[in-house]
Design a protein around this ligand. Structure first.
Ligand code: ATP
Ligand code: MG
Length: 328
């Protein structure tokens, strides 16, 4: 069983990334052959600073290692180090429907937020993501709920490719956590917590100091009512219940029972304590790992080497099946 997932080196990673994706990455190491990719090419789809990008990749690599990725048990690499991703992207555009890309909610959301340029890259983002996964013939893609639609699309792309050119690609499945698949912004619980949008105050970063985490959770937007329970008209409280459930590995219903008689203040304080404890070891290990850039680069280079071997074999098959290049 092969597992693949990608994570962007845009900005600092947050609690949603950690709960929705990174925890699943760590578990994947025991469930199959796991590949995790820091997708610097995806980061070029929105405004970015070329001078910063290399160090953002190092930040993300150190966060992943601090969370428990082990280069002896997974393949951790930087997307741009394996050129097969970009070549396969182009080849897959031949079996990708323009109309499907137009329907992607991430494209609609992110393009609406761009002030200057809506790049073609933002539109093609899901094809690059399909290439990331399909290049490794991965079976499973651990992601948060927001990526469900992109995994559906890559399945359609693989199915269309296989029907047209022969059964070469594996049609992957999304693996989405049952609790915490969509952590919402603390200040705007109608939007997901995000790396690239929204304000600082609504986002808990994995590397936040305890005092910052406490402040953000205490100021989290809730409704004017009372009662610690999930409801459509209580998106703020529902989100905090999900966060506490995910952090404790408990069911949201158990959290509701435990805090049935509690006020919002008491509940928020309990969430803050739990999140601070949960993230503290990651932040401590990050501080140890991040300064050794040479080691981070060595891990990424070794990962890219191993990844390239797998992706190159797929590319050779795909090129031949599509009649691209000299015949084999
Ligand atoms: P952006 O909003 O700019 O796309 P991001 O926060 O989604 O950034 P990514 O690197 O694109 O960060 O996502 C990495 C992983 O984290 C993906 O699997 C994504 O589904 C998951 N994820 C992102 N946001 C959340 C969230 N709020 N709750 C749960 N999982 C999330
Ligand atoms: Mg994202």
């Amino acid at each position: 069983m092969r597992i693949f997932s990608g994570i962007q080196p845009t900005g600092r990673k947050h609690l949603g990334n950690h709960i929705g994706a990174i925890v699943q990455y760590v578990a994947g190491q025991d469930r199959g052959e796991a590949l995790y990719c820091i997708v610097d090419l995806h980061a070029l789809t929105v405004p970015f600073d070329p001078a910063e990008l290399p160090s953002l990749v190092h930040d993300t690599a150190a966060i992943l290692l601090a969370a428990g990725l082990d280069p002896d048990r997974c393949i951790l690499f930087r997307q741009s180090d394996v050129r097969e991703h970009t070549e396969l992207t182009w080849l897959l555009t031949a079996v990708t429907a323009h109309g499907d890309l137009e329907r992607m909610t991430q494209f609609k959301d992110k393009s609406a937020k761009q002030r200057e340029l809506v790049s073609a890259g933002l539109f093609l983002y899901p094809v690059l993501m399909a290439a990331d996964v399909l290049a490794y013939r991965a079976h499973e893609v651990p992601v948060g709920d927001d990526q469900r639609q992109h995994v559906e699309l890559m399945r359609d792309i693989a199915i269309r490719f296989n029907a047209r050119f022969g059964e070469l690609l594996v049609v992957p499945e999304a693996r989405i956590p049952t609790v915490g698949a969509r952590i919402m912004d603390l200040q705007d619980p109608a939007s997901k917590m995000s790396t690239t949008s929204a304000g600082e105050e609504g986002t808990i970063y994995v590397l936040d100091e305890p005092a910052q985490i406490e402040r953000k959770l205490k100021r989290a937007v809730t409704d004017s009512g009372s009662g610690v329970r999930r409801a459509p008209d209580k998106p703020g409280i529902s989100n905090l219940i999900d966060i506490l459930a995910a952090v404790r590995g408990a069911e949201p219903a158990a959290i509701e029972r435990e805090f049935a008689d509690a006020g919002y203040g008491e509940f928020k304080a309990a969430v803050a304590t739990a999140v601070i404890e949960y993230l503290a070891p990651v932040r401590e290990r990050y501080d140890e790992l991040r300064p050794d850039v040479a080691r981070l680069e060595a891990i990424l280079a070794a990962g890219a080497e191993r990844a390239r071997t797998i992706a190159a074999a797929t590319l050779a098959d795909v090129r031949a099946a599509m009649g691209v290049g000299a015949p084999r």
